[in-house]
Design a protein around this ligand. Sequence first.
Ligand code: HEM
Length: 109
Amino acid sequence: MSVVKINVIEVPEGRGGVLEQRFAARAGEVETVDGFESFDLLRPTEGTDRYLVVTRWRDEAAFQAWLSSAAFQRGHASGGPAPSGDGPAAVGSELWGFEVVTSAAARPA
Ligand code: HEM
């Protein structure tokens, strides 16, 4: 079964737009990585002010391989080329890991 890795990101007031633009600019980069299944950048609206990056991988090994890859290091060097505002938009982050136990998705009735 797949694993879910969630990066929990702390973003200073007013920097959310910069973070979102940077993710949008790089979203395509991870799509062809071996074992990558999906990611969602989630903007907080209730109960927290932290953003979540919810990623899903074939297995732990695939995730670990991506973490230690040059592609990951490159994408996470410094916040990267900024469409607006210099420096990192994230001031802190925390990694949560899960194994998928049960899944369902909508299907035509
Ligand atoms: C669970 C997997 C992930 C981990 C552990 C992770 C780790 C981090 C960390 C620690 C930061 C904040 C500091 C920094 O910029 O280096 C960050 C920011 C960022 N990550 Fe990731 N990340 C993950 C998934 C992704 C994915 C799938 C993408 C998109 C391809 C992505 C793109 C970015 C971007 C654009 C930023 C914003 C940098 C900034 O403006 O501060 N990350 N990530």
